[in-house]
Design a protein around this ligand. Structure first.
Ligand code: GL9
Length: 838
């Protein structure tokens, strides 16, 4: 449908075209107008929530203007676009980011003051958009920020969950999950009721020959569910490029309700069907690194892939280019295996709807997709039962079988001597029931596969994808080490540090080219700089201490060493190692004389993170942390020497307070298990040091900042397998004596009913200590002692932190995005035209 305004009327449009506020007065006028009209409130009825609404709407208008321009520019230039398919985007709050990215925060702050509000109070009214579980979802959010900042024509595609990750409450020391309904006021999304896609499920496939003798497949008699697009603007920093994040919401395909049923008195049934459709996009699955094989999850995946591909293909078809041009116009990145169904779906579109031959279609598909792997944990590798896929997506199962058949032929031809290889690499696992191995399908259907840190990318080549390296050669596999956006994780979270750096570098260019940070190393001996740097760290610790008091009623001394571990709770991340270490420290303190205690470095151990609701062991770890806190924090002998805090409901907005406040943060996964980690980067960038294992990005952080500036400990990944083997088979596996002492007090009931913790202790003592807690315990305790000693020399410590910050340039997500663009997507930026010298 042609919907543009005829030439004759365009002059009027241009005259009245929307403009952006430019001054404080214009800003205030827009805020008041939005509060009085859009929100229907008044100066007699304006709380902080309403003020937030007014400010958000004023900035939203600015964003929308540039967003429309960006989309128009991209439509007419029609460059190759990137589509980032991710079931998770852990965005956090949008307002502060919008203000900083478009660069009007100072003006707004002043204007808001005149209207009677403080900026911090207004910002904190916003609810987090928490559409993700952890690192994988936050990485996707950082990537959107970088894509826009670097002017890449890029779209994110995901689901519009009604409920994001649950809110965590701690009740009597236990995690309780509360639903997070975040949509009652969300000014950042735009429903596009005219952009819909009907997605089919179930049904069956009918095959017939057409006149030319070609076999045609028709997928019919299915059930339809409609996907409705909701768009959110993604502003770049220091550029007018504003990209789009499109979230799909599900609803019944026949509109409000089924009139036939309604008219025949089956009102309830018609509403039930509508609810069934809406269930698809209702809730984010809260599992971290675990796939449970639920039908609804598979429905979510297909619903999202089908709607997104329909949208992408529709956009491509507007350009009327030949199909072979598709991979020159479209790059699709699969964020983990969750969107792997996009591969058979694009095949289905090309074969069944567009009539392409198999080989041509397959060549297009392989050139279009790239796949990022985020974990080697076996329990996280997605598999779907063949009967389930057959039932829900019968045509896709056929296509998967055909892909597999071609692949098996290829392998057989090239490796005739390795008979076992076929079974090992088949997409179909010959179990009962048979399973579709999604990671293999993703590898086979993509032209590049990448891991997320060097060690991880090496590991996938020698473990889970070893055979595929033989089959395709090593060039198909590559590495893109993760990064973080310095806009949110430095400029927004730590404005004073950002300002200090800018004052030395002569401006904020480092926020667009983080490698410029190396220039602050020149100030490492500058007295004034050192003093300010240290004051900023202290102020950030005071802020966290204040939050800890307000939220948890626990007083902590900001002069203590702040030791922080915040991330999802998981045995492989080893929060149990940390809390056992805390208990050991407590026992040592108890053994000391008052004189000896005076020499001890006071410390606060902060923990934060959610456990998957069904992950009982992780919940036990949370409970133990809280029980230890209850004992230690109330022990008069101990006072400020040791405090233990569990920060409830860790999320993105809390991370913005927590990351700038560490002296030490813990990244202590069993070597070889943490693919990258990204909070390690956030903490170091904000002037904290790291205690960590030789795992994930810790290794590259060490390479960049120097081994003198990080506290590494523990066994190496190449030794993990042998150690595990020895635990089970050598017969003389003995628990570390220091750890044994910790277990003895737990068993004695020092932290409450010992029975509650027996499974946790026994996982180590009796069940093989899979995560090597005992093997690494002594090394961990020794390294913590080194940290206490190092912290005593505050000047040397400060030198380490400043040096580290200056060497973190590599870990910007801008560097990642440029690497993806060059090595995997082959896309170029489309810069906005210069305007007013900007
Ligand atoms: C993860 C890895 O475990 C992290 O090490 C990695 O930094 C991120 C991003 O690449 O991906 N993979 C994964 O499944 N999660 C990750 O964090 N889990 C969650 O996001 C909860």
């Amino acid at each position: 449908v042609e919907a543009s305004i005829p030439e004759g009327q365009r002059a009027a449009w241009k005259k009245f075209s929307a403009t952006e506020f430019k001054t404080k007065d214009e800003f205030e006028s827009e805020v008041v107008k939005h509060i009085e009209t859009t929100l229907a409130r008044s100066l007699f009825n304006c709380d902080e929530a309403a003020a937030y609404g007014g400010v958000a709407l004023a900035f939203r208008d600015r964003l929308v203007i540039e967003w429309n321009r960006t989309q128009q520019r991209q439509s007419s230039a029609d460059p190759k676009r990137v589509y980032y398919l991710s079931l998770e985007f852990l965005m956090g709050r949008a307002l502060d980011n919008a203000m900083l990215n478009v660069g009007m925060k100072d003006v707004a702050k002043e204007g808001l003051g005149e209207l009677g509000f403080r900026m911090e109070d207004v910002i904190s009214q916003e609810r987090d958009a928490a559409l993700g579980n952890g690192g994988l979802g936050r990485l996707a959010a950082c990537f959107l920020d970088s894509l826009a900042t670097l002017n890449y024509p890029a779209w994110g595609y995901a689901l519009r969950y009604k409920y994001g990750i649950f809110k965590q409450e701690i009740v009597d020391g236990y995690q309780v999950e509360v639903p997070d309904y975040w949509l009652d006021f969300n000014p950042w999304e735009f429903p596009r009721h005219d952009v819909t896609v009907d997605v089919q499920f179930y049904g069956h496939v009918r095959k017939y020959m057409d006149e030319s003798g070609k076999q045609i497949s028709v997928w019919e008699d299915g059930e339809l569910v409609t996907a409705v697009a909701y768009d959110a603007p993604i502003p770049g920093f220091g550029t007018r490029t504003t990209n789009n994040l499109r979230l799909w919401s599900s609803k019944a395909s026949h509109g409000e309700f089924d009139f036939t049923k309604f008219n025949s008195g089956e009102y309830e049934a018609s509403v039930a069907e509508q609810q069934r459709a809406e269930t698809i996009s209702a809730v984010l699955y809260p599992n971290d690194s675990l796939e449970r094989g639920k039908e609804l999850r598979l429905k979510q995946q297909y619903f999202w892939c089908a709607a997104s591909l329909f949208d992408i293909v529709r956009r491509f078809k507007k350009s009327r280019k030949a199909w072979k041009e598709f991979p020159n116009q479209v790059a699709i990145q699969l964020n983990d295996t969750h969107p792997t169904l996009a591969i058979p779906e694009l095949m289905r579109i090309l074969l069944d709807q567009e009539g392409l031959e198999w080989d041509e279609a397959w060549s297009i598909v392989q050139k279009t997709f790239g796949y990022t792997n985020h974990t080697v944990l076996p329990e996280a590798l997605e598999k779907w039962s063949v009967p389930l896929v057959q039932h829900l997506l019968p045509r896709h199962l056929q296509i998967i079988y055909d892909i597999n058949l071609n692949f098996m032929h290829y392998v057989e031809r090239n490796f005739p001597k390795d008979r076992e290889m076929l079974g090992r690499v088949s997409i179909i696992e010959e179990s009962t029931p048979k399973m579709v191995r999604m990671a293999y399908l993703a590898v086979i259907g993509s032209h590049k596969v990448n891991g997320v840190a060097e060690l991880h990318s090496d590991l996938i080549k020698t473990t889970i994808f070893k055979d595929f390296v033989k089959i395709y050669g090593p060039d198909k596999f590559t590495n893109v080490t993760n990064g973080i956006t310095p806009r949110r994780w430095l400029h927004q979270a730590n404005p004073r540090l950002s300002e200090l750096i800018a004052s030395k570098l002569g401006g904020y260019d480092f926020l667009r080219d983080l490698t410029l940070l190396h220039k602050i190393e020149a100030y490492v001996d500058d007295k004034e700089f050192r003093k300010e740097f240290q004051e900023i760290k202290y102020a950030n610790k005071v802020r966290l201490a204040k939050y800890t008091k307000e939220a948890h009623g626990i007083s902590v001394n900001p002069s203590s060493l702040f030791d922080i571990q915040v991330k999802r709770i998981h045995e492989y991340k080893r929060q149990q190692l940390n809390i056992f270490g805390v208990i050991y420290r407590y026992l040592e303190l108890k053994d000391m004389s008052p004189e000896e205690r005076k020499k001890v470095q006071p410390r606060v151990s902060f923990f934060g993170g959610k456990a998957a609701p069904g992950y009982w062991m992780a919940k036990t770890i949370i409970h133990l942390i809280n029980q230890v806190g209850a004992v230690v924090n109330n022990d008069k002998d101990i006072g400020d020497l040791l405090k233990v805090v569990f920060l409830e409901d860790y999320n993105v907005s809390k991370a913005e307070i927590i990351c700038p406040a560490s002296d030490i943060s813990e990244h202590i996964s069993t070597a070889g298990t943490e693919a990258s980690g990204t909070s390690n980067m956030k903490f170091v960038l904000n002037g904290g040091l790291v205690i960590g294992t030789c795992d994930g990005a810790n290794i590259e952080i060490t390479r960049e900042i120097g081994e003198d500036n990080i506290f590494l400990f523990g066994n190496l990944s190449e030794d993990v397998e042998d150690l595990r083997h020895a635990h089970t088979y050598s017969g003389d596996f003995a628990i570390d004596p220091k750890l044994e002492r910790v277990f003895a007090v737990i068993r004695a009931g020092r932290f409450g009913d010992a029975a509650q913790f027996s499974a946790l202790v026994n996982s180590i003592v009796e069940h093989g200590d899979y995560y090597l807690v005992s093997d690494d315990f002594a090394s961990y305790i020794d390294t913590q002692k080194l940290i206490d000693a190092a912290y005593k020399d505050q000047e040397a410590w400060l030198t380490k932190t400043i040096t580290s910050v200056s060497r973190m340039g590599f870990f910007s997500s801008d560097r990642c995005i440029d690497e993806y663009a060059e090595m995997i997507w082959n896309v170029e930026p489309l810069a906005p035209p210069k305007q007013n010298g900007a």
